[in-house]
Design a protein around this ligand. Structure first.
Ligand code: 13P
Length: 255
């Protein structure tokens, strides 16, 4: 039983002004007109916070293009200068939120415990959490990949019931492959995705493990997407640099 519809997601990171984001999103919507909500794949873009409302205006009619935030805070509201709440994210038209991206972990000191609170807040708000995990080059070289990933999902998903994790999407993004041009081979991606699925089965249930989509991220391009998507446990991709151009991202979407 495999009901995992491929999700092709673009993370625009800290790129694009409102005008640039609107232009890219409109072009993408026209390049993806062939996709409908019944299509065999879903698309998601995560523009910066400042452009979310405007981008929503241009993709609203495009049934298969969803929108996500790149991060959010877990509190409902309060004196947290500079932060964005789940309700604020929802109010822009987002249905998804990326949580625990390695750049948040690396530059903003996000820990697994905080990531767990953010995941809980996303689930409570009805947002699809895209929980990112991944090892650094040093950790891979010292053969700590599986223990690092195990810890990231064990703490990141602590305290949830199987039912609460129904919407969960995991993204495996090896830190050494992000923005470096070094992609994990399809075999390396498959090995880790299969490990993550086994952990979900061990910690939760077989049904959950078989329904959670696991995306691969790290230097995904039009010329390596097909090979990655051929792997049985790769259910989509999280694309950074190559999602900034509507043409290139559309080629990835139409792999
Ligand atoms: P790149 O595709 O630029 O390597 O970035 C991957 C990523 O971090 C997506 O979240």
């Amino acid at each position: 039983m495999d009901t995992r519809k491929p999700l092709i997601a673009g993370n625009w990171k800290m790129f694009k002004t409102v005008a640039e984001a609107v232009q890219t999103a409109s072009k993408l919507a026209s390049l993806c007109q062939d996709l409908t909500s019944d299509s065999d794949r879903e698309v998601m873009i995560a523009p910066p916070f400042t452009a979310l409302s405007s981008v929503h205006g241009v993709i609203e009619g495009a049934a298969s293009i969803h929108m996500g935030a790149q991060n959010m805070f877990y509190e409902k509201q309060g004196a947290y200068t500079g932060e964005i709440s789940p309700d604020m994210v929802l109010s822009t038209g987002c249905t998804h939120v990326i949580i625990g991206h390695s750049e948040r972990r690396q530059y903003f000191n996000e820990q697994d415990e905080t990531i767990n609170q953010k995941t809980a807040a996303a689930i409570k708000a009805g947002l699809v959490p895209i929980l990112c995990v991944g090892e650094t080059e040093k950790q891979r070289e010292s053969e700590e990949t599986f223990s690092v990933l195990d810890k990231q999902i064990r703490i990141g998903l602590k305290g949830f019931s199987v039912d609460e994790l129904e919407l969960l999407v995991l993204a495996y993004e090896p830190v050494w492959a992000i923005g470096t041009g070094k992609t994990a081979t399809s075999g390396q991606a498959q090995e880790v995705h299969s490990f993550l699925r086994n952990q979900l089965e061990k910690n939760y249930s077989n049904v959950l493990a078989n329904s959670v989509r696991i995306l691969y991220g790290g230097s995904v391009k039009p010329d390596n997407i097909s090979e990655l998507m051929n792997m049985p446990d790769v259910d989509g991709v999280l694309v950074g640099g190559a999602s900034l151009s509507a043409d290139t991202f559309s080629q990835i979407v139409h792999y």
